[in-house]
Structures are given as C-alpha cells and as structure tokens.
Design a protein around this ligand. Structure first.
Ligand code: HEC
Length: 149
C-alpha cells in the first residue's frame, strides 16, 4: 500500500465522484441537437437497429454471403430505409430537427449503405469491406459531431 497515501485516495475519490455527476464532461465539444421526445425515441430505436444490421451484415461477410450482406445493408441502413417516417406525426420525425449538415451526413450514410450493397453483390469481399467503411465513416462522423440535447 506504500504510495497510495490518504491524500492520493482522497484525490481518487474526488475524481470518481466528479465523473458520476450529471453534468456533461467539459471536453464534450459535440453540438447538441434538440428534438421532441417522440423524435428522440425514434432516432434511438433506429440507431439500435443500425447497430444490429451492421452486426448481421458483418456476419454474412465473414461467411462469404455477400449478397445477403448487401440485402441487410440496403433494406435497414440504405436508401431502402429512408422515408419510413413519411406517415408519422411531424414531432416523431428525427430528420426534421437535424441541422442541414447533420442531415447531409445521414443521407450520405443511406447512400453509402446502398453503394455497399451494389459492391457486395458483385462478390469481391475486399472491395465490399472498403465500401462498408464508407458506411461506418458516416456513423463515426455524425457521432463525433452531434449529440442529442
Ligand atoms: C446523422 C447522424 C447520425 C448517423 C449517420 C448515425 N448516428 Fe447513431 N446516433 C446519432 C445521435 C445524435 C445519437 C444520440 C447520441 C446521444 O446520446 O446524444 C446516436 C446514437 C446511437 C446509438 C446509441 C443509441 C441509444 O440508445 O442511445 C447507437 C448504437 C448508434 N447511434 C449507432 C449508429 C450506427 C451503427 C450508425 C451507422 C450505421 C449510426 N449510428 C449513424 C446520430 C447518428
């Protein structure tokens, strides 16, 4: 226990309690985006499904089932997944509350996923991985820049 004096322990406890506070970390430079509760819930549900779809299609890629991987990407992340809020009430449509640049990243993600599907269907796994990274790059870019308020 030499080296962990009481003063060190006190410091550790202070740091730990600071992390547990409700305030966002000072280093969080992401732009907060405000949306009604219904749109926030819808966005989160969509995100959970994007993650699941990504996991599924990576599984197919690993098994060499490229067409299936493309099918999942197209239907759940790609252009095929756009516009499904068409008949929802306005307060449940996340895209309406996104700043233009954020909306642009979202559209880029949909297009990249459909591009991936096209590449995957051609059967070249290396090219498919390259195209898939265009999709995950959109996930990364948006998460690094924006958060919900
Ligand atoms: C246009 C912006 C945008 C894109 C593109 C995007 N996300 Fe998100 N995502 C968000 C925002 C905003 C949140 C909420 C972050 C927060 O908690 O404030 C989020 C949250 C999430 C969450 C956590 C959901 C929860 O329950 O809190 C997951 C998982 C996720 N995204 C996965 C993905 C994956 C996978 C992709 C790419 C296929 C993706 N996202 C693309 C904006 C985006």
């Amino acid at each position: 226990m030499k080296g962990l004096g009481l003063d060190r322990l006190a410091l550790l406890l202070t740091v730990a309690s600071g992390t547990a506070s409700a305030a966002p970390p000072a280093a969080d430079a992401r732009q907060p985006v405000s949306m009604p509760a219904a749109a926030r819930a819808e966005l989160r549900a969509e995100m959970i499904d994007f993650m699941a779809a990504l996991n599924e299609l990576i599984g197919y890629l690993g098994e060499g089932k490229l067409a299936e991987a493309g099918q999942v990407a197209d239907a759940r992340i790609g252009v095929g997944a756009m516009g499904k809020h068409r008949n929802s009430p306005p307060e449940a449509i996340p895209g309406r509350y996104m700043p233009d640049a954020m909306h642009g990243i979202a559209r880029g993600m949909h297009v990249a996923a459909s591009d991936f599907a096209r590449v995957a269907r051609k059967g070249d796994r290396e090219k498919a991985y390259g195209a898939l990274q265009q999709v995950t790059a959109a996930c990364v870019a948006c998460h690094a820049t924006y958060r919900l308020e």
